[in-house]
Design a protein around this ligand. Structure first.
Ligand SMILES: Nc1nc2c(ncn2[C@@H]2O[C@H](COP(=O)(O)OP(=O)(O)OP(=O)(O)O)[C@@H](O)[C@H]2O)c(=O)[nH]1
Ligand SMILES: [Zn+2]
Length: 197
């Protein structure tokens, strides 16, 4: 799958000013973003977050997951460092889409966990792809990443795409009573590394 750069603009935020770079996937027409700060082509490995869209968590303050706090923490850490990149990938619901995620949440409300709900709907636990990332990072001049994630499979998937992840930085935040089971399931069924779940 190929992705092409379309346009960029300033993105002032409460944490600092990012540059927002827009990309479009050929074929699917999916639109992805990269938020950057500082000089990424020089100065060693770049602090990075590869974040999958979660409308409910990122924009609607949902406490069912940890996505919103993770996104905010990544923006804060990059702003503190004065340098870094966030790839914001439009693969909502681990790739099943927004309304299927609502269906999955409906099933979770009856007691299924996040993996069982996906399977009940006929989906694998995680349908995400990371094949757009290398082109996006190459466009930005990023060569090596320090990746903020708790998901070793994400590190493996990016490495398979030819991306040099020199270090995984744990990215634990946003625990609350509503996402306790969700975080525990990620550890037990999806292989996430999480200290206190
Ligand atoms: N299908 C489904 N997707 C979910 C659910 N909760 C969150 N998501 C999606 O999961 C994606 C985030 O994945 P996570 O498993 O939370 O974390 P990760 O990206 O693998 O790992 P980190 O880098 O540590 O955050 C986003 O696309 C969310 O929309 C759920 O219950 N069901
Ligand atoms: Zn989420």
């Amino acid at each position: 799958m190929s992705v092409r750069y379309v346009a960029e603009s300033r993105l002032p935020t409460p944490f600092g000013e990012f540059i927002m770079h827009g990309f479009e996937e050929s074929g699917t027409g999916k639109e992805h973003l990269a938020l950057t700060m500082g000089d990424l082509s020089q100065g060693g490995p770049v602090l990075a977050r590869v974040h999958s869209e979660c409308l409910t968590g990122d924009a609607l303050f949902s406490m069912r997951c940890d996505c919103g706090p993770q996104l905010e923490a990544a923006m804060r850490k990059i702003a503190e460092a004065g340098r870094g990149v966030i790839l914001y990938l439009r693969q909502e619901g681990r790739g099943i889409g927004l309304l299927n995620k609502v269906r999955a949440y409906q099933l979770q409300d009856t007691g299924l966990d996040t993996v069982e709900a996906n399977e009940e709907l006929g989906f694998a636990a995680d349908l995400r792809k990371y094949d757009m990332c290398k082109t996006m990072l190459d466009h930005l001049g990023v060569q090596k990443l320090v990746l903020m994630t708790n998901n070793p499979k994400k590190v493996e998937a990016l490495t398979r795409q030819g991306i040099d992840v020199v270090q995984r930085q744990p990215h634990q935040t946003g625990q609350n009573p509503h996402n306790e089971k969700y975080l525990t399931t990620k550890v037990w069924k999806l292989g996430h590394l999480y200290d206190t779940a």
